[in-house]
Every structure is written in structure tokens, then in C-alpha cells.
Ligand binder design. Structure first.
Ligand code: FEO
Length: 172
């Protein structure tokens, strides 16, 4: 694969691991703050982000490229409320979406059709991730400081279960 494409995918692998680390930090923060459901939701998100990195790493290997793992930068360790955490999540996912779109543009320039094809799963995934974060932000704005509302919100997020994403499930 072209070096230009390999380079941006390696940067994306680092961003996915950074995302995983961010969501793990959120999970730990909310576990400590007594929100077991929100902690569960971010723990699942932590696994999904590692899956995203794995999908990219497998892809680079399958194309004969070289995965180069870089240091993972520090993440925040506390958030003032669930709303603040989901606002940070949405802002972060928008950055990830822009990075995916940039890889697509680099692949397009290199006439790398296989990479463009691989990226379509991520394009769809990003739409879903942003939509989910926006939905939680809307709900939490409605709830405000209502204790019962927060209790129910936390209970809802406790139900999230991890599922292997389709690009990895296919390889199992
Ligand atoms: Fe790997 Fe949250 O996108």
C-alpha cells in the first residue's frame, strides 16, 4: 500500500487506542461516582474502540503494510457530570469522523480502492456513534438535575452489552 495511506492509517490506529483510553477513563470515573450503568456503557465503548484499532491493524497487515504503534497521550480523568462526559464524547467522535474522512481523501488521491471500501464500515459507524452521543445529550439536558431521571438514565445504560463488530466477527 502507498506510504501516504499507511501513514494516516497508523495515525488512526493511535487515535482509536486514545479513544479507548478516554472511554476507559470515563468508565472508571463514573464507576467511582456511583453511576454503574454509565460506567458499563463506557466500558463497552472501550472494547469497541480497541476493536476499531484491531480492524485497522488487520487491514494494514493484510495489505502488506507495517503497523507502527505510537505512544498513547494522556486523557482527562474526571468530568463534572454525565452531560459533560457525553458532550466531550460527541466532540471527540466528530474529530474521529474528520480523521476517517481524511483517510478516505488520501486513499482517493492514491487511487486505493480497497482502502476506500474498507473505510465505508467506519463511515457508517461514525454516523451511529455521533447519533448515539447526541441522543444522550438531548436526554440529559431534559433530565437536568432530576435525580429520578438520572437514576433511570443510568439504569438504561446498564443494559448495553458488548457485541463483536461485523468486520471482526467475519474473521472469527
Ligand atoms: Fe472508533 Fe468512536 O470511533
Amino acid at each position: 500500500m502507498e506510504k501516504t495511506v499507511e501513514k494516516v492509517i497508523n495515525e488512526q490506529i493511535n487515535a482509536e487506542f486514545w479513544s479507548a483510553y478516554l472511554y476507559l477513563s470515563m468508565s472508571m470515573h463514573f464507576a467511582n461516582a456511583g453511576y454503574a450503568g454509565i460506567a458499563n456503557w463506557f466500558a463497552v465503548q472501550f472494547k469497541e474502540e480497541q476493536d476499531h484499532a484491531t480492524i485497522f491493524m488487520n487491514y494494514v497487515n493484510s495489505r502488506g503494510g507495517k503497523v507502527e504503534l505510537a505512544p498513547i497521550a494522556a486523557v482527562d480523568t474526571s468530568w463534572e457530570s454525565p452531560l459533560a462526559a457525553f458532550e466531550a464524547t460527541l466532540a471527540h467522535e466528530k474529530k474521529v469522523t474528520a480523521m476517517i474522512n481524511n483517510i478516505y481523501a488520501v486513499a482517493d488521491k492514491a487511487a486505493d480502492i480497497a482502502t476506500k471500501s474498507m473505510l465505508t464500515w467506519f463511515v457508517d459507524e461514525q454516523v451511529e456513534e455521533e447519533e448515539t452521543a447526541r441522543g444522550f445529550i438531548d436526554a440529559l439536558r431534559m433530565i437536568g438535575d432530576n435525580g429520578y431521571g438520572l437514576y433511570m438514565f443510568d439504569k438504561e445504560l446498564a443494559a448495553r452489552a458488548y457485541k463483536t463488530p461485523s468486520p471482526l466477527a467475519a474473521a472469527e
